[in-house]
Design a protein around this ligand. Structure first.
Ligand code: NDP
Length: 335
C-alpha cells in the first residue's frame, strides 16, 4: 500500500488534550495523517460503547497519544490492502485490540488498521448489523458461551443479567432468551421494562434491590449470571447463585472493586469467570460472530438501536457514562 497517494479528505472525530482540558470536534483529515497499518478501510458504521464514553471524557490511562480518533468498533469495505487475507471490496469488521484506545478508531470515514485485527463480516450480516452488535454484542455472546462452557443449560434454572438495558446487557438478554433460557433482568430504569420484556426477560428486578449488600450466602436463585456492573451487585449475584452455578463478570459500570466472602465458592461450588472481548483470539471471535448471525432475529436489529452522526457522538458519550442509553447506538460517519 503506498501511503500518501490518496489525497481525499475525510471527516473524523478528533479528541485533543491540553493539560487537563479535553476537546472533541469533527475535523477534516487527509489519509496520510492516519496511523500505520496494512489495510485501509472506508468506514460505513461504528458504534458507541461505554469505553468510548470514557475516552471522550478524557479518562486517564486509556488513550496513550493525542490527538486521537476514538471508536472501539468499526465496519466497512477494504479500500487498499497489503495483506493476503483481505482484498479491496471485502466487507470487514473490527472490535477491540486497543483500536479507539491506543490506535485511531472508527469515529471516522477512513481507518487504517492491522489485518490481524479484522474479521470478514459473516454471512447473514452486513456492516450496519455487525455494528449494532459491536463490542457489546460480541461480549454478550462470549459471556453466554462462558456460561455454556461451565455447563449452564436452559433447564439449569434462571440466568440473571445486570445493566440489562445497556448495550452488553440488552444483547445478553436477547441472546439468552433466543437460546431458551429464563432471563431475569436487573435495571435501574423502570422506563425500560417493556423494552426488556420484548427482548425476552421474564423477571424484572430493580437496581436498588440488587444493590443491597448481601449476607455471605443468600437464598439460591440463579443458575448463572452475566454481570456488567461489578461491586456490590456482583457480590449479591454470587451470594444468590445456586449450587454449581457460574457468574460471568465482564464490566465495571457501577464499581471496579469487588468485596465478597469465599462462602459461595467453598460451600456452593459457585464459579466466577472473567470474560473479555478485546483480545479474544480470532478463531473464538469467528465462532462468536457466526453464532450471533444465527441467533439474532432480523427484526431485533432495529428494535435495539438508534443511529447518530459524528456531530452527535459527544453528547451520546456523556449519556452512556450516565447510564442513560437504551440498547445500542450506531454511529454513521457518512451522515
Ligand atoms: P452501557 O452504558 O450501554 O450499559 C451499562 C449499564 O449498566 C447501564 O445501561 C445501566 O443499566 C447499568 N449501570 C450504569 N451505571 C450503574 C451503576 N452505577 N450501578 C448499577 N448499574 C449501572 O455500557 P456497555 O453495555 O457498553 O458496557 C457495560 C460494561 O461492560 C462497561 O463497564 C464496559 O466497560 C464493560 N465492557 C467490557 C468488555 C470487556 O471486554 N471486558 C467489553 C465491552 C464492555 P440499567 O439502566 O439497565 O440499570
Amino acid at each position: 500500500m503506498s501511503e500518501g497517494v490518496r489525497v481525499d479528505r475525510f471527516k473524523a472525530l478528533l479528541v485533543e488534550k491540553q493539560g487537563e482540558d479535553t476537546s472533541v470536534r469533527v475535523r477534516l483529515l487527509a489519509e496520510n495523517e492516519l496511523p500505520e497499518g496494512d489495510v485501509l478501510i472506508g468506514v460505513d458504521y461504528s458504534s458507541l460503547n461505554y469505553k468510548d464514553g470514557m475516552v471522550l471524557a478524557g479518562h486517564p490511562k486509556i488513550v496513550t497519544h493525542y490527538p486521537h480518533v476514538p471508536g472501539v468498533d468499526l465496519a466497512g469495505r477494504v479500500l487498499e490492502s497489503d495483506s493476503d487475507d483481505f482484498r479491496p471490496g471485502d466487507a470487514v469488521l473490527l472490535t477491540g485490540w486497543g483500536v479507539g484506545e491506543r490506535h485511531w478508531g472508527g469515529f471516522s470515514q477512513r481507518a487504517r488498521v492491522r489485518s490481524e485485527w479484522l474479521v470478514h463480516i459473516p454471512q447473514g450480516l452486513d456492516s450496519k448489523r455487525v455494528m449494532i452488535i459491536g463490542s457489546a454484542g460480541l461480549t454478550a455472546m462470549l459471556c453466554v458461551m462462558t456460561l455454556e462452557d461451565a455447563g449452564i443449560r436452559p433447564d439449569s434454572g434462571p440466568v440473571v443479567v445486570t445493566g440489562a438495558a445497556g448495550g452488553v446487557g440488552s444483547l445478553a438478554v436477547l441472546l439468552l432468551s433466543q437460546l431458551g433460557y429464563q432471563v431475569a433482568a436487573v435495571t435501574g430504569r423502570a422506563s425500560t421494562h417493556a423494552f426488556l420484556r420484548e427482548l425476552g426477560a421474564t423477571l424484572l428486578l430493580s437496581r436498588e434491590e440488587m444493590s443491597r449488600p448481601p449476607r455471605p450466602l443468600e437464598s439460591q436463585r440463579w443458575a448463572g449470571g452475566i454481570d456488567v456492573v461489578g461491586g456490590v451487585m456482583l457480590a449479591r449475584l454470587l451470594a444468590e447463585t445456586k449450587y454449581g452455578g457460574t457468574v460471568a463478570a465482564t464490566g465495571l459500570a457501577g464499581d471496579a472493586m469487588l468485596t465478597t466472602s469465599v462462602m459461595p465458592f467453598i460451600l456452593r461450588n459457585v464459579g466466577l469467570r472473567g470474560t473479555e472481548s478485546v483480545t479474544t483470539p480470532r478463531l473464538l471471535r469467528q465462532t462468536a460472530w457466526s453464532r450471533l448471525s444465527a441467533l439474532l432475529p432480523p427484526d431485533s436489529f432495529q428494535q435495539i438501536s438508534k443511529i447518530i452522526s459524528l456531530e452527535e457522538v459527544a453528547e451520546a458519550a456523556g449519556a452512556i457514562l450516565a447510564g442513560r442509553i437504551r440498547g445500542r447506538v450506531l454511529v454513521d460517519p457518512n451522515r
